[in-house]
Ligand binder design. Structure first.
Ligand code: HEM
Length: 167
């Protein structure tokens, strides 16, 4: 079980880093740049969403982090003592809840919108016009709103996970 703990901790932390780092890069640098450069931003997003695997990246890395986290959680709560009632257990549980909510909101608001944008862009020839452009802008706004919720939740998760053991 010791080696299982080691493996799941490694997966948990490695993929957590990829998840949070990716969201920070997009929220703080890519989204503001796309908004600032007008039509070229649309082209950039079009390539990112239809020609790269970004839509699969986030569910994959976040999913591995959450599944490995649930395993660690299960181990801690079933290995004797009353871990969940300790200050460390409660602190880590708050972070786990925040990360799980971030995962769900990320999927519903960001992932789904990315998929819809990719469909609109693949269906059209050139930059979308009329109704397609309106829908595209609505999905972009939804991604922005989703990111504004997900990022603070991930910050809470990182802080609580980092200090949990020592509180
Ligand atoms: C943003 C997402 C997350 C990040 C970056 C993250 C990061 C970390 C880190 C760095 C640790 C090691 C803390 C230490 O050993 O002092 C840890 C531990 C832990 N995490 Fe997470 N975590 C995340 C999400 C989750 C989720 C979703 C769950 C549960 C569903 C979870 C459950 C746990 C548990 C139970 C431990 C303690 C493991 C042990 O006792 O060795 N984490 N996490």
């Amino acid at each position: 079980m010791y080696s299982a703990m080691l493996l799941f901790r490694l997966l948990h932390i490695f993929f957590g880093v990829l998840w949070v780092g990716g969201v920070v890069l997009i929220a703080l640098f890519i989204q503001p740049t796309v908004r600032a450069i007008g039509p070229a931003g649309g082209q950039f997003m079009g390539h990112l969403l239809t020609k790269t695997r970004i839509a699969a990246y986030f569910p994959a890395v976040a999913g591995i982090n959450v599944v490995a986290g649930l395993f660690l959680f299960w181990r801690n709560t079933t290995s004797g003592g009353n871990w969940a009632a300790t200050r460390s257990g409660m602190t880590i549980s708050i972070g786990a809840l925040a990360a799980i909510i971030a995962f769900l909101i990320g999927g519903v608001m960001i992932g789904k919108s990315m998929g819809e944008i990719a469909k609109i862009l693949k269906a059209g020839d050139g930059p979308p016009q009329g109704e397609a452009a309106t829908r595209l802008a609505a999905y972009q706004a939804r991604i922005q709103r989703g990111t504004n919720i997900v990022l603070p939740l991930l910050v809470i998760a990182v802080i609580t996970m980092a200090v949990g053991r020592y509180v």
